[in-house]
Ligand binder design. Sequence first.
Ligand code: BEZ
Length: 403
Amino acid sequence: MTEEKDLRGRRAFLKQGGALGGAAALGALLPAAAIGQTGKIRIGLMLPYSGTFAQLGVAIENGIRLAIDEAGGKLGGREVEFVKLDDESDPAKATDNANRLITRDKVDGLVGTVHSGVALAMVRVARETNALLLIPNAGADAATGPLCAPNIFRTSFANGQVGYPMGKVMAERGIKNVVTISWKYAAGEESVAGFKDAFTKGGGKVTKELWLPFPNVEFQPLLTEIASLKPDAVYTFFAGGGAVKFLKDYQAAGLKGKIPLYGAGFLTDGVLDAAGDAAEGIETTLHYADSLDLAKDKTFRLAYAKTFKMQPDVYAVQGYDTGLLLVQAFAKTKGAVDKPALIKAMEGAVIESPRGTWRMSKAHNPIQDLYLRKVVGKENRASGVAVKALDYPPADRCKMPGA
Ligand code: BEZ
């Protein structure tokens, strides 16, 4: 499919007000070969394979591959070819990287990425080119808020969606004054904003917000400040290698056990081997946990461990669900890259996920349960559901073009 065709497709789609035209309906009925689409379906994987989020990128790719392999290794009967690109979690390179995959490599669908700043650039490119974009992690609220679009879907979370439940839980516990600490970029800012929203509604107060630039890990001066401020608790957003360093530094600074540390679940997900006892006992909220009593989670965890010789984490689950979404959508079009039909299928998809069954909101973000978890040994053990079926930020912040 050429870029020119994509642009025409977008105009046509917008004119139709998002409704399916005859061609789309035809695409859903005819096998791909009958409408001239054969050969491999090309899926671009724009993910971090280096830097502090490298392991997250690998887990996402593993999850996608597992879901497609379990479906016979094909999408709608067609072989799949992955075109991989290391985005280095670098927003400055993101526009060029996304354009390269869409225009030069002519991928049929683009999957990416982890870092919210990179994802926002991808969203802008996807809006301009009408490329199909599936976001398997980055929580940038705007992607399914003011920048939402028919061709953009997220299979993970919105940043505020993960912070909000922790604010609710901490307020309900009677915690009154909190210091927040995070990287200063969309993910950290929106995670803290979601947390604050629920925490202040529940009567709590954020007395100080501490920030450092991504991916800086010089935590010491800020930890000294926390020690002198003596808040009731600390709320934080860090992930990947940075989360491991933060947990260890918090313990080394003598704060662990003195000032309770809470966070968005990325703080302790996928890092427990590396963090050791620095993570023990820490409570977080997330849309996944290690000990869910769900048959789908048990089979997923077994298959993932057998295939990749490691335990899955939330990033692997999000990758897996991205694969499930692709499998479902291309099954509906019988392998045709028929964008309106694929979009319709994705909007109606029911994802039987290891995290629990979820559906897309009107803004194309999962409506899902947010678990409260506690680190026990090498597990993020679920202790309950903090908020059920949370659609946050509310889907009405998205005015879908063409709707
Ligand atoms: C983000 O940039 O959106 C993000 C990165 C890692 C974990 C969670 C969110």
